[in-house]
Unconditional design. Structure first.
Length: 173
């Protein structure tokens, strides 16, 4: 049961990223963010047009199914933020400790800063995208169907919920 729930969240997370990629292709510099659930994903964006979001989600689904798996990974994903924070913190600590526990702070600080910088570079370029592709998202959306889109205006942004469901003939909820 938990495995199926997790699979659905990962599918919707990948579809969320792919939808944002498609929307950004159509409108560069789009301010948008999302959050996946087992029943679909939320998309908070400057885009009020519900039909444009539906069309982008449908295109994203088609492109993922056609093998464009890189669409499931997005550079501004929260997974990258978590990976950057954890790896930078760990390498900063290791850098400070490498100077010696009794070393003065002005010796430990440059090592800690260097460790944090290396951690951030590694996380942004490889660890975060790897975690997305292998842990927090999946591009395997062959059994996903978009059921509908509901939207609510919030100031100058619109909150869209893209509801998904198993495609006919696949698992039941």
């Amino acid at each position: 049961m938990f495995g199926e729930w997790l699979r659905r969240v990962r599918q919707n997370h990948g579809l969320e990223h792919a939808t944002i990629h498609v929307l950004e292709e159509r409108k560069p510099r789009l301010r948008a963010g999302g959050r996946a659930t087992e029943r679909g994903f939320y998309l908070l964006a400057e885009l009020a047009d519900e039909s444009a979001v539906r069309a982008a989600a449908e295109e994203a689904l088609r492109r993922l199914r056609a093998g464009e798996h890189a669409l499931a990974v997005h550079p501004r994903c929260g997974t990258n933020l978590v990976a950057t924070s954890l790896l930078s913190g760990a390498l900063a600590l290791l850098g400070a400790l490498a100077a010696g526990r009794r070393a003065p702070w002005f010796v430990q600080l440059p090592n800690a800063v260097l460790g944090a910088m290396v951690g951030a570079l590694l996380a942004q370029s490889s660890v975060g995208p790897w975690l997305q592709a292998n842990v927090t998202t999946t591009a395997d959306v062959n059994d996903v169907r978009i059921r509908g889109v509901r939207s609510t205006q919030i100031d100058d942004l619109t909150l869209h919920f893209v509801e998904t469901e198993p495609a006919s003939g696949s698992d039941k909820r």
